[in-house]
Write a protein that binds this ligand. Structure first.
Ligand code: NAD
Ligand code: DAU
Length: 339
């Protein structure tokens, strides 16, 4: 299967490429990524060096995506602006990439006759919960942040093309991921990086907001199942059945790293901060037999170990060096990387 992975140099996309190479060695992943600040080709080593994966640097808003999708058996669409705080500062790039870019990609896939499209979305499209209840696929879409609004718009576009044009697509909505290669602006890697450096951990408000955490490997196995067996036109929730308050997570990270809780610094709350997310993923479990397998304690420990063992990766990201990698290594060695 020739599989185009948009956003494959980002956190979840790169984990999905590694998952694919490990579990479906016969598949040929092609990563299409603009390489924004969130894209890092180091996430794809050694797959690129071994020629097991091809890379195309392209913006999903570019008309040239048509050439990239031609001949693909499936497209899995991760590319997006993904950080809520950035969308609160300025949402223009979110509207452009998440809405216009997704639309451009849909049009290209239709024109090229791509037989399968998986749109990777988020539980944030459902908005926020109070202390009780959970999101099902039937919950109304009530996005609160500009990021979530653009993701909801892209979901609706995909589903509208399914209804109107019989576009062969399926949509997933997942809860908060954590694991290797996550950019350290997101809560868990930021807390780990700060704790390792003995610096303050900025916790918004009182740290009482709740997120449903899932290890990225479990998200990847769910996406694999949906890509292969999900019913066309359907939405599948994906979650870890693992609700935690932010403060609890920060304390757990400090304890694992042997650091004092006095490093926690309560800072101004995020504007419009969603209180709680909780995902009901029974549909996916029932229809496709998927289950999350990595418990939070084990997953967090592994993740902390990964960041500890990959200090050069973290340093490169924090200093901005990772942005030179494409120029220094890929451009000169293009022939080696592209099989
Ligand atoms: P990320 O920010 O780590 O990666 C996004 C990738 O998309 C980067 O490699 C970036 O370079 C690329 N990209 C951005 N704009 C592009 C454009 N115009 N053209 C081509 N490539 C572009 O994001 P992530 O956390 O890996 O999330 C991936 C997807 O999963 C997103 O669609 C996000 O909404 C969704 N999601 C994320 C989570 C989570 O917890 N991180 C949970 C549920 C769903
Ligand atoms: O639910 C899925 C979503 O999870 C994805 O769609 C998004 O792409 C992803 O970024 C994530 O969104 P969140 O806003 O939930 O994740 P973030 O890591 O930014 O924040 C998690 C929680 O931690 C949230 O309640 C805000 C809080 N937080 C975050 C940061 C960056 C802090 O307290 N301090 C911080 O410095």
């Amino acid at each position: 299967m020739k599989l185009l992975v948009t956003g494959g140099a980002g956190f979840i996309g790169s984990n999905f490429v590694h998952h694919t190479l490990a579990t479906h060695p016969e598949w040929k992943p092609v990563v299409l990524d603009k390489l924004t600040y969130a894209g890092n080709l180091k996430n794809l080593e050694p797959a690129l060096q071994q020629g097991r994966c091809e890379f195309v640097q392209l913006d999903i808003c570019d008309r040239a995506v048509l050439d990239a999708v031609r001949g693909c058996d499936a497209v899995i669409h991760f590319a997006a602006e993904s950080h809520v705080d950035r969308s609160i500062e300025d949402a223009a790039a979110f509207v452009r990439t998440n809405v216009d870019g997704t639309h451009n990609l849909i049009q290209a896939c239709r024109e090229a006759g791509v037989p399968r499209f998986l749109h990777v979305s988020t539980d944030e499209v459902y908005g926020s919960l109070g202390e009780e209840g959970e999101f099902t696929e039937e919950s109304p879409l009530q996005p609160n942040s500009p990021y979530a609004a653009t993701k909801a718009a892209s979901d609706l576009l995909v589903l509208a093309y399914v209804r109107t044009h019989k576009f062969a697509a399926v949509v997933t909505r997942c809860s908060n991921n954590y694991g290797p290669y996550q950019f350290p602006e997101k809560f868990i890697p930021l807390m780990i990086a700060q704790a390792m450096a003995g610096e303050r951990l900025p916790v918004y408000g009182k740290g009482s907001n709740v997120r449903d955490w899932i290890h990225v490997s479990d998200h990847c196995t769910a996406l694999d199942a949906v890509l292969q067996r999900g019913r066309e036109g359907e939405v599948y929730n994906i979650g870890g059945r693992c609700e935690k308050r932010n403060l609890e997570v920060a304390k757990l990270i400090l304890a694992t790293l042997g650091r004092s809780e006095s490093l926690i610094q309560f800072v101004s709350d995020r504007k419009g901060h969603d209180l709680r997310y909780a995902i009901n993923c029974e549909k996916l479990e029932r229809e496709l037999g998927w289950r999350p397998e990595i418990g939070f304690d084990q997953g967090l420990e592994r993740t902390i170990a990964w960041y500890r063992e990959n200090m050069p990766w973290l340093d490169d990201v924090r200093t901005g060096q990772y942005r030179d990698y494409f120029q220094k290594h890929y451009v000169q060695r293009e022939k080696t990387f592209a099989p």
